[in-house]
Design a protein around this ligand. Structure first.
Ligand code: M6R
Length: 382
């Protein structure tokens, strides 16, 4: 039941600290120490050693929010484990598959495990490789919240995101859990392939351990403030633009999708550097711009892209961390602040204010947040 929350979506947003805590308990090895036995991975995924040795290339297929989680996954797999990775919409991949590359790991990401296009893309991949030499055959990994589902039966490896049942059509806690799945996979591969030092791995793990408290803090400090802010966009706002860069560009995409699907406000997301190649022409005082500006390698760039938007009279909303909030206050009209966090882990926190923003806009508009029009929780038709 809703346990006092007005909607399942809000309840599920608030469940996220607990989801992360129990996921970390399942997948991080508490007894791992930097200098110990090199065969003892810090991550408990139970993958086969063949997968560590035989993966030169990764291809990911997914839809919707799962596709956004996959884009973060690509960043992590490339940057931490050094494995070239592509991400395709499953509905596109089915009809224009890549040439077969040996030693490829194919990953299907689907909360429900039943999305028709994702299943079909994986089945096609398995079929077209099944008659080939063993090193060309598909290794299939599912990242899913329902290991007993169809995808669980197709794949020979599974990461169970174990976020618990999600009732709201808008994915929230399952998104966070999928993203965590990619941190584990990237760290596990990095560990076995020695692309990261044990010291760096341990630093990232330490950072992960702080995430549940930081999500809690974000919910405590931001929920009411974002609800208040949301009132500004419930009457006349017809369009929103979201911008982000690097590991947080997918968070801009996710913020825009959440807003579209539950509040019915048109929203687009762009890599911040792309604005000047066209979309900036859309901006005026009626189009709010949300910039995901988390401290890190591209922070200054995002700020300067945000300032360009401000010069076109756009109302600027910034998602940033406590570390930068004083400075960022000069740029943004409204600031949504999360606790300090290193760039690599920042998407897990940056998405929380965006979930709340779309939720509150839709709730104030009196819309059916949990069952938005035209949408189903599980898309089992093509
Ligand atoms: O069950 P799946 O993860 O495969 O679902 C994919 C999309 O249909 C899903 O993420 C959809 O975009 C959500 N409603 C987004 O909130």
């Amino acid at each position: 039941e809703k346990q006092g929350f007005r909607h399942y979506m809000l309840k599920e947003i608030h469940e996220q600290p607990g989801v992360v805590r129990s996921s970390l308990e399942t997948y991080l090895n508490p007894n791992w120490h930097v200098s110990e036995n090199p065969d003892f991975s810090p991550i408990n995924l139970g993958l086969s050693s063949q997968l560590y040795e035989n993966t030169d290339y990764i291809q990911i297929v997914a839809c919707g929010t799962s596709w956004h989680a996959s884009l973060i996954g690509k960043y992590l797999l490339e940057q931490l484990a050094g494995i070239p990775t592509t991400v395709d919409y499953a509905s596109e991949y089915r009809y224009s598959p890549k040439p077969v590359i040996p030693k490829t790991l194919t990953i299907g990401v689907t909360q429900s495990g039943e999305t028709a296009d994702t299943i079909a893309a994986l089945e096609m991949e398995r079929a077209r490789r099944s008659k080939l030499d063993s090193k060309f055959q598909a290794q299939l990994l599912a990242i899913t919240n329902r290991p007993e589902s169809t995808i669980g039966q197709i794949c020979n490896h599974i990461i169970n995101t174990q976020a618990g049942i999600e009732i709201g059509v808008a994915a929230t806690k399952t998104f966070i859990a999928q993203v965590l799945g990619f941190y584990y996979l990237a760290l596990d591969l990095a560990y076995h392939r020695k692309t990261l030092s044990n010291e760096r791995i341990s630093e990232i793990i330490e950072g992960l351990h702080h995430i549940p408290d930081s999500i809690e803090k974000t919910l405590e400090t931001q929920d009411k403030a974002i609800e208040e802010l949301a009132h500004n966009f419930t009457q006349e706002t017809e369009d929103f633009i979201f911008i982000g860069r690097g590991i947080n560009f997918p968070i801009a995409l996710e913020g825009a999708l959440k807003l579209k699907e539950i509040s019915y406000i048109h929203a687009e997301a762009y890599p911040a550097g792309e604005m000047k190649h066209g979309p900036i022409a859309l901006l005026d005082h009626k189009v709010p711009v949300v910039a995901v500006a988390m401290p890190g390698s591209v922070y200054e760039k995002v700020i300067s892209n945000a300032q360009e938007a401000k010069a076109r009279d756009a109302r600027l909303i910034g998602v940033t961390s406590a570390m930068n909030s004083q400075e960022a206050a000069h740029t943004f009209n409204d600031l949504l602040t999360v606790p300090e966090v290193e760039e690599l882990l920042s998407p897990i926190l940056a998405v929380i204010p965006l979930q709340l923003l779309s939720y509150h806009i839709a709730a104030i508009k009196g819309l059916d947040v949990d069952q938005p029009r035209n949408l189903a929780k599980s898309v089992t038709v093509e």
